[in-house]
Each structure stands twice: as structure tokens, then as C-alpha cells.
Design a protein around this ligand. Structure first.
Ligand SMILES: Cc1ncc(COP(=O)(O)O)c(C=O)c1O
Length: 355
């Protein structure tokens, strides 16, 4: 006897990247930051008072939310702190989309969106990105026509790392009449020369909800902390559907220590950018096709004569994990590779050169 709802019975679970915890494994498959978090995180952990765990944590992570607001030049009313970006995605669907309505995605994209839609029991309008991973022309009108109540746009794009300029997102937000969820999980790795600054979009557009996470830029994937930025109206609605105490006291303190050390974080981002160039150029030299990435990973199409799946398996044999998306038609000849430390990348490039 199955007790779950019909849509849960019918759906497939999200498949996370492999998490193999063994000595010598090089993990370049889940886009973690290769550098540890700022030492201020350990200091904050040492200061945590266990006796204080007797009480509930601040329900809206007030101090952290204020630090986030200050960083982005916004107010505390524009911020919601969540237990990882994935929690924000789930809350957004629960808050803004009736089960009789649909979300929209532009594929290929983060596969969790479709899993969350299936779990919620709503529909999904699917659009295809073009060969350069760009949105269709008149995307805002297409979205309106589809009737989707919320559209997910990941920028920089995952899994290619390409970036849509803020101006184009602004136009989209102005045209689209649903909630535009701008997933900026990887935004910290964008070249500073591009001067990408989307935080002000939430002042001008009451339908924009931006996702940011501590998992990548702040090297805290294990902590499960993220936040949303949006108009007070959207944040107020999300606050109604969040768990009463969705983030714990220790995580709030550690995330705050991390975000207040911008100098350290910027340094890791710059190192990743430098290595991104090294890895991209090295792979292009040996025949891989790699679009310019503004993220902490690249999407590499294998050269003629090699198969992506076989290459992924051969790397795995050597203890190097990269991501191969077996079920995505357009990614069959490609590998998504997280940028590691110079040493990690040398190991990867050495292994690939041997194939
Ligand atoms: C595109 C994208 N969005 C959101 C997330 C969620 O990140 P987290 O739940 O670790 O904050 C991820 C994680 O890999 C991601 O790739």
C-alpha cells in the first residue's frame, strides 16, 4: 500500500552529485569552493555558547539578515535567510504557485527545479536555450503567454557558466507578469570588470526574487545557509511559509562571520577566476569546446574521438569526480568540471591529457 500523494509516487527524486568520502578523491563534481572558509568562521565557532542552545534561535536570523542587507545596500525587509538555497526554491514554489498553475524553466538548467515542481504537484512550462545557452527572443512574452506564475533563471547559467547581462534581466522582469526567480548561486565568481550588480533590481521590480548562497562563494556548502533578496511584499509572503526556526543559531553566527570577511571571500573568488582561465585554455588546446564561464565551473564538450561518459568513468577510476548528465540530451557529449586549486587542476589536466 502506498501512502504518498499520486504526484510523489510518479516523480523521480533529485540525484545529487556523488559524495564519495575516501582518501585521494578529487571532487570536481558539485561546484564547491576549493578553498576553506575564512578563519573567522572557526573563531566564531569557538565563541559559540552551547548553553545558549537551550533557547530557540532568532527566527528570522535578524543580525545576519541586517549584515546581508548592508552588503547589498538594501534594508532588512528585503532579505530572507534560508537553510540553503534549495529551501528557498521550495518555499518560493509553495508560496507563489498554485498546484493548478505552473512554473517555467529554460533548459538545460538546475534539475532540482523540476523535482520541486513535481513534488508540489504543479505544471512546468519548458523552454529551450539556444546553442549559446541564451534565452529565446521575447522570453518575457513567451513566459506571459505560457501562463507560468514563476520563472526560474539561473545566472550565471548552470551548467554552462555563461552570463546574461543585468540589463537583459531588467527587461525580462519588466515584461514578465509572474515572479522571476533569479538564481545567483554562482554570482560571486563573475569577473569584477563586468560590474554585474542585480541587487538594485529588487528595488525597481516587485516581482524579482534573487537567490544567493553561502555554499559556493563563502565555502560553506556543509553549513546549509543561503538567502533571498526581494521586495518587502515578496519577502513578507515567503516569511509566512518558512519553518518558524528555519536556520539554527550556530549557522547564523558562522554565516555572519563569513559574510563580514569580504576581503577573504574576494580573494578565493579571484583565485578561482584565475584557475578558470588556466583550465579553459588548457582544455581548448587539446580540442575540448569550452564556452567562456563566469562561474566556478566549466562545461567542456569532449573532442571528436572521445566519449563524455567514458571519459567521466575513466576519471572516476583515477579518483577524479566530474559531473556527467546522462539524462540530458544536449549534454551527452559534455562534462561539467568544477574549478579546483592549481594542484587539483593539474591533476585533472594530467589525467585528461593521458586519454
Ligand atoms: C543553480 C543552483 N542553484 C541553487 C543551488 C542550491 O545551493 P545550496 O542549497 O547549497 O544553497 C545550487 C547548488 O548546487 C545550484 O547549483
Amino acid at each position: 500500500m502506498a501512502y504518498e500523494r499520486k504526484n510523489i509516487q510518479a516523480m523521480a527524486a533529485y540525484v545529487p552529485g556523488e559524495q564519495i568520502d575516501a582518501p585521494g578523491i578529487l571532487k570536481l563534481n558539485t561546484n564547491e569552493n576549493p578553498y576553506p572558509p575564512t578563519p573567522r568562521v572557526s573563531e566564531a565557532l569557538a565563541r559559540c555558547d552551547v548553553a545558549r542552545l537551550r533557547q530557540y534561535p532568532p527566527p528570522t536570523a535578524r543580525n545576519l539578515a541586517n549584515a546581508i542587507a548592508k552588503l547589498h545596500g538594501l534594508s532588512g525587509e528585503n532579505v530572507i535567510v534560508t537553510n540553503g538555497g534549495d529551501e528557498l526554491l521550495r518555499m518560493a514554489i509553495a508560496t507563489f504557485v498554485e498546484t493548478t498553475q505552473s512554473i517555467a524553466v529554460a533548459r538545460p538548467t538546475y534539475t532540482l527545479y523540476q523535482v520541486l515542481a513535481a513534488a508540489h504537484g504543479c505544471g512546468m512550462a519548458v523552454f529551450e536555450l539556444d546553442d549559446n545557452w541564451q534565452m529565446p527572443d521575447n522570453y518575457g512574452e513567451l513566459l506571459n503567454h505560457s501562463g507560468a506564475r514563476m520563472a526560474f533563471l539561473v545566472n550565471p547559467h548552470a551548467p554552462s557558466g555563461t552570463l546574461v547581462p543585468v540589463g537583459q534581466i531588467k527587461e525580462l522582469a519588466a515584461t514578465y507578469n509572474g515572479v522571476l526567480l533569479l538564481d545567483e548561486a554562482y554570482i560571486d565568481f563573475v569577473d569584477p570588470d563586468i560590474a554585474y550588480d542585480s541587487a538594485q533590481l529588487v528595488r525597481d521590480h516587485d516581482n524579482v526574487l534573487i537567490l544567493r548562497t553561502f555554499s559556493k562563494g563563502y565555502s560553506l556548502a556543509g553549513l546549509r545557509m543561503a538567502y533571498g533578496l526581494a521586495s518587502p511584499a515578496l519577502i513578507g509572503a515567503l516569511m509566512k511559509t518558512k519553518d518558524s526556526y528555519n536556520t539554527d543559531l550556530i549557522s547564523q553566527a558562522l554565516a555572519q562571520a563569513a559574510i563580514e570577511d569580504q576581503e577573504y571571500a574576494h580573494d578565493t573568488w579571484q583565485r578561482v577566476r584565475g584557475e578558470r582561465t588556466v583550465v579553459t585554455q588548457a582544455l581548448r588546446k587539446v580540442g575540448y569546446v569550452v564556452p567562456d564561464s563566469q562561474s566556478n565551473f566549466i562545461l567542456a564538450a569532449v573532442p571528436p574521438g572521445l566519449e563524455a561518459e567514458a571519459t567521466y568513468l575513466a576519471l572516476k577510476e583515477q579518483g577524479i569526480l566530474v559531473r556527467y548528465f546522462k539524462s540530458e540530451d544536449r549534454l551527452q557529449d559534455k562534462l561539467r568540471i568544477t574549478i579546483g586549486t592549481p594542484e587539483d587542476n593539474r591533476r585533472l589536466l594530467g589525467a585528461l591529457a593521458a586519454f
